[in-house]
Design a protein around this ligand. Structure first.
Ligand code: ADP
Ligand code: MG
Length: 625
């Protein structure tokens, strides 16, 4: 029979695994046992939903066998098995979860990272075995097949015999070398401890023949060895265990076993609820952003179990979008096994669980924010944007849940602060919560528009994310304090110069009107500035749409032609202003030149493109001459 080729991606993964010097090779066993357990789950599920079958739990188990002289380690199960086509399809390609890794070559270079970070599934067997053989008979079929591979060269599938349905995965353990020890995977005690460590909560028995010694019959001195089959795992799923019995490691291992993420979780939430609806759940807040998190491919959801049987891999209904980063599982006895995707949304039980979970996550984040600020900021760096999208989406309906979870950089504190912290520091006469928008904290710091507010000693929040200002518009107020951009028309700050700049405005009305004529409809007005201290000009906006929002909307695919009402503000105390006045009186050409330069300067400071860079630089040269 001809050898079949692995798919390209699988080949690369195999190559990586075979040659890896990854220190935690032991996880291969976790992967094989988890597959065996999944296969039994499928059988169980079939029986539960098909009345003609009955599932006698006693008949379902996983058996691990060691044959030390022949260097064989075998994992057998009484699960649903695989047909010939399934062997071909399922073992010939790497599982989907892993395939996304291979998007770029650089990631490949860091081989162990990949193995450690992602579950590599069935193929992890090649870390410890030079030949992997799978014998399988699918439920309901009377043919069995044998799949065999020595690694990258490919695999064969041939007919064979097997008594009943189920699967054996047979590993030929590699020979140890000077530097690497593989013999450990043929030692009973080692295999036992690996199973205890990673697979204790598997809900089916994992059996193994254990060698023990006893006195020979009729003797009190002579020992003999005998074997006895033992169950190695406690079979209580981790989510049913008492929290007090569990250690951080247990949760971390569960997270890894389930392939929830490639990092260590930042926080876990273990929930046991009894009442109108009863359920157990283990939820995780990851530390790092999954690589596809902010893409369309990312699917939110929790694993859903009904009385210990998994019925859905990603139940999206259990999580609001703004908590889509949460990973984990929910097990409830109150859910029907046959629940379909369509019915889910209307399931009262499920909705109650979802609501409850939402509150628990929110509370956990609140606590984290209060008690472990550094950890929270770590979390916020990864997922803060998602919270802000959450605020913006659904017409601000999630305001109550989310507003106190937000952090922004503060101009006076020089660190991330909450709105509550900001408001608690507001002097009595301060009317608004001020913010400034820009690309980075460094750039915002230099914005001329911040001058007056900063001069007053008021705190300014820096908005550097695209979504920030949109999200805040949804919020509108926090504790009855309105948000105000430092670039908006009226800053609500009484200044001594207020009157003088108002009268300055009147006095210079003719000059400003002329400048406005020169700039045509590029600006809606030219005015004497109340906010500028040291800078000669800046732009501000009037109305709902800010300049920053205009910038962002312009980058959107819809390509909306929306424009903020821009006001060119002139600092009448600046030296430059005397030159303007001078030019207005004596030299209209010069006034045009100056107006143009000032307008373009304001654009540049704002991070907006200038219309004609060549013209602009020529103009600078003109005044230098
Ligand atoms: P995953 O478990 O994430 O799907 P794996 O690489 O671990 O990925 O396994 C690939 C597929 O091979 C499984 O999805 C399953 O269909 C099949 N498979 C592996 N082991 C078994 C088994 N013991 N019994 C039945 N099917 C199996
Ligand atoms: Mg698997």
């Amino acid at each position: 029979m001809a050898k079949k080729q692995f798919k390209a991606e699988s080949k690369r993964l195999l190559d990586l695994l075979i040659n890896s010097v990854y220190t935690q090779r032991e996880i291969f066993l976790r992967e094989l046992i988890s597959n065996a357990s999944d296969a039994i789950d499928k059988m169980y599920y079939k029986a539960l939903t098909d009345e003609s079958l009955n599932f006698n739990k006693g008949n379902y188990f996983i058996k691990v066998t060691i044959d030390k002289p022949n260097r064989i380690l075998k994992v057998s199960d009484t699960g649903i098995g695989m047909t010939k086509d399934e062997l071909d399809d399922n073992l010939g390609v790497i599982a989907k979860s892993g395939s996304m890794l291979f998007k770029n070559e650089n990631e490949l270079k860091d081989g162990h990272e990949i193995i450690g970070q992602f579950g590599v599934g069935f193929y992890s067997a090649f870390m410890v075995a030079d030949t992997v053989t799978v014998i399988s008979k699918a439920f309901g079929s009377n043919e069995a097949f044998i799949w065999e591979s020595k690694g990258v060269e490919g695999y064969t599938i041939k007919p064979c015999e097997r008594d009943s349905f189920g699967t054996d995965v047979i590993l030929n353990i590699k020979e140890s070398t000077e530097n690497e020890n593989f013999d450990e995977f043929l030692e009973e005690y080692r295999i036992r401890s690996i199973i205890k460590k990673y697979s204790d909560f598997i809900s089916y028995p994992i059996k193994m023949d254990i060698t023990e010694s006893r006195f020979k019959e009729g003797s009190e001195k002579e020992y003999e060895q005998y074997t006895v089959e033992k169950i190695l795992n406690s079979m209580v799923p981790i989510w049913r265990k008492n929290k007090n019995e569990l250690k951080q490691d247990d949760y971390d291992n569960f997270y890894a076993e389930k392939h929830y993420g490639f990092d260590k979780p930042l926080k876990h939430i273990h929930i046991s609820v009894e009442g109108a609806v009863s359920y157990n759940a283990i939820l995780f807040i990851p530390e790092k952003i999954p690589f596809d998190f902010y893409t369309k491919e990312y699917e939110k959801g929790l694993e859903l179990y009904s009385s210990g049987v998994m019925i859905m891999h990603k139940c999206a209904e259990l999580l609001p979008d703004y908590f889509s980063f949460v990973k984990g599982m929910v097990d409830s006895e109150d859910l029907s096994l046959n629940i379909s995707r369509e019915l889910l949304q209307h399931d009262r039980q499920l909705n109650m669980i979802a609501k409850n979970i939402k509150t628990k996550i929110k509370n956990e984040l609140d606590t984290l924010l209060i008690n472990e600020r550094e950890k929270y900021e770590e979390f916020y760096k990864s997922f803060g944007r998602q919270l802000k999208y959450g605020l913006y989406g659904e017409y601000g309906r999630n305001k109550e849940e989310l507003q106190d979870l937000l952090l922004f950089y503060s101009s006076t504190e020089k660190k991330m602060v909450t709105f509550a912290e900001y408001v608690s520091r507001m002097p009595e006469e301060q009317k608004y919560i001020y913010y400034a928008t820009g690309e980075s904290n460094e750039r915002i710091e230099k914005l001329p528009q911040t001058e007056l507010v900063a001069d007053k000693g008021y705190e300014i929040l820096y908005f550097t994310d695209d979504v920030d200002e949109f999200a805040i518009k949804m919020l509108n107020t926090y504790k009855e304090k309105e948000f105000k951009s430092v670039a908006s028309g009226d800053l609500g700050i009484e200044t001594e110069e207020k009157d003088s700049s108002d009268s300055e405005d009147e006095k210079q009305q003719a000059l400003f009107s002329r400048m406005k004529e020169i700039l045509t409809d590029k600006v809606s007005a030219v005015r004497a500035s109340k906010r500028l201290k040291n800078h000669p000009v800046c732009l501000s906006s009037e109305g709902e749409l800010s300049i920053e929002m205009e910038k962002i909307l312009k980058t959107m695919p819809s390509n909306l032609d929306v424009r903020a009402n821009k006001v060119l503000e002139i600092n009448t105390n600046h030296e430059v202003f005397s030159s303007l006045k001078e030019a207005y009186k004596n030299d209209q050409e010069k006034l045009k030149l100056y107006t143009d330069l000032l307008y373009n300067q304001a654009l540049l400071i704002e991070g907006l493109p200038i219309n004609d860079p060549v013209d602009f630089t020529n103009n600078i040269c003109k005044i230098m001459k």
